[in-house]
Design a protein around this ligand. Structure first.
Ligand code: GLP
Length: 240
């Protein structure tokens, strides 16, 4: 695991954006695992800019998003489906058929999760997985627990996550359940890039970097990945 510390989020966006663009341009097709939340937004903005400048095409990119809320209409403004379209997909030439999300409205969530894992495997697994981190050390929606998860599953969100994400839900209450890729699937990615900025992430980053590898801090498992790079700003790095 490698740690890279930057002055600000813009620098991180440029660095990470260039890693993605280089990887996309180097292969005839590529499979990306994508994250929502505030952390990747500047990176998505950077990639959109480079797309507009003709520096990259997403035509042959396949994406799998990490997670989605349960029982939230797909087109709700707070769904991760809407988020990804607003922040990235609608501004590029990505093909909608190549875009994959867990369906939080599936009647049979067990089947939905198994099918998602199988589809990722059929795609040849994820080349680059982008991650943020929750204040409690969650990755995707893998909340702190007493075991590491393997494949995708339905999760009850913790109070910490509900408190952190509720600010986006002004009209309806935030869902308390989500479907998420499992830690095993995330770890299967050939390369992992995590972005974390701001003081609120300092505890999680300290636990991830210096703590023991434990499902009590799911992000700590990245210590065991051979090709994981953590991009953080000075505030997120302040407890290292
Ligand atoms: C959310 C998402 C995660 C994200 C994390 C951090 O709940 N499910 O995938 O990485 O929390 O979000 P943010 O980047 O907004 O701090």
């Amino acid at each position: 695991m490698e740690i890279k510390i930057y002055d600000n989020a813009e620098q991180i966006a440029q660095e990470v954006g260039e890693v993605f663009i280089e990887a996309i341009n180097a292969k005839s097709s590529i499979v990306l695992g994508l994250a929502t939340g505030a952390s990747p937004v500047p990176t998505y903005k950077y990639i959109c800019e480079k797309y507009r400048e003709g520096k990259v095409s997403l035509k042959n990119v396949t994406t799998y998003n990490l997670d989605e809320y349960v029982d939230l209409p797909k087109n709700d403004k707070n769904s991760y489906y809407s988020f990804m379209h607003e922040q990235l997909f609608n501004h590029t030439d990505i093909q909608e058929d190549n875009v994959n999300f867990l369906n939080g409205n599936a009647e049979d969530s067990l089947k939905e999760c198994a099918d998602y894992d199988a589809k990722i495997a059929k795609s040849g697994y994820i080349d680059i997985q982008l991650l943020g981190v929750g204040r409690n050390g969650h990755i995707g929606f893998n909340e702190p627990s007493n075991h590491f998860t393997k494949g995708a599953f339905k999760v009850k969100l913790t109070e910490s996550t509900i408190a952190a994400n509720s600010m986006y839900f002004d009209e309806n209450p935030m869902p308390h359940y989500a479907l998420t890729m499992g830690v095993g699937s995330i770890m299967h990615a050939k390369k992992i890039i995590m972005i974390a900025t701001g003081k609120a992430k300092a505890d999680a980053i300290a636990a991830l970097v210096n703590g023991e590898v434990s499902p009590a801090c799911p992000a700590s498992v990245l210590q065991f990945h051979q090709n994981a790079v953590i991009y953080i700003d000075k505030d997120a790095a302040s407890l290292l």
